[in-house]
Design a protein around this ligand. Structure first.
Ligand SMILES: Nc1ncnc2c1ncn2[C@@H]1O[C@H](COP(=O)(O)OP(=O)(O)O)[C@@H](O)[C@H]1O
Ligand SMILES: [Mg+2]
Length: 228
């Protein structure tokens, strides 16, 4: 379970504060697929960055599986990011000088698994995502949708409980984007991953179990789809 308590983030100076998030409260169950839907500048990325410990809130608390993220020192945060969080980005962020498989294995190399076990797991994930045959390719030899599937495999290499996807379909055509959303949905439904999807697309948001509208740094709307 994830709990956000009175979470606020203010950038800028005391004279010119930029309120990116204002008093956000949210509880998410393990395995839920959640959309944060809102226009550009509404605070979606800020929320994901606070959850992943990349950034710290101005006030408020974050609990992930009973651990208080907001109380962690830098060393614990590094381990938390490595072991608990997988991140997927709009522009894939693959390293162009590494092969597909090397990109997938990179975050796993800081872990204690043997190189052969890790490689096996990387290939297994690529196979699950339907791109094992491209494991020796370079990222720029792949289509956008294939690159995003590689990025998802990379995000899963340490078997994180929480997957954060920041506009993952924002750079894909709608059919390819739909495929990526289906992959995310099946990760939450079949593999019990908790997933937060930040998106400005209502179509994408409606793919999830619960939609929260983010507006001027606040969660204002909450649409529970029928039957959920
Ligand atoms: N590092 C930063 N410094 C100053 N302002 C920022 C910073 N990051 C985000 N903001 C501001 O916070 C608000 C929310 O931004 P963001 O979370 O990136 O929104 P979204 O992801 O929904 O587009 C915006 O007004 C943005 O300009
Ligand atoms: Mg953003």
């Amino acid at each position: 379970m994830i709990r956000l308590e009175n979470l606020s983030k203010i950038y800028g100076s005391r004279e010119n504060p930029i309120v990116a998030l204002h008093d956000v409260n949210l509880t998410i169950q393990t395995g839920e697929f959640i959309a944060l839907y809102g226009r550009s500048g509404s605070g979606k990325s800020t929320l994901l960055n606070l959850l992943s410990g990349i950034d710290r809130p101005t006030s408020g608390k974050i609990f992930v599986h009973a651990a208080e993220v907001t109380a962690m020192d830098e060393n614990r945060l590094t381990l938390y990011r490595r072991d608990t969080i997988g991140f997927v980005f709009q522009f894939f962020n693959l390293l162009p000088t590494l092969t597909v498989l090397e990109n997938v294995l990179l975050p796993g190399q800081l872990n204690k698994h043997s190189a052969s076990k890790l490689r096996e797991r990387g290939l297994h994930l690529l196979a699950q995502l339907g791109i094992a045959d491209r494991h020796q390719a370079w990222p720029d030899q792949l289509s956008g949708g294939q690159q995003q599937r590689v990025a998802i495999a990379r995000a899963l290499i340490n078997d994180p409980q929480l997957l954060l996807a920041d506009e993952p379909t924002g750079n894909l055509d709608s059919e390819t984007g739909l495929h990526i959303l289906e992959i995310l949905k099946s990760l939450s439904a079949n593999h019990d991953k908790t997933i937060l999807l930040a998106t400005h697309s209502l179509d994408a948001a409606q793919f999830t179990d619960r939609v929260f509208q983010v507006k001027d740094g606040a969660l204002v709307a909450q649409t529970n789809k029928a039957g959920k």
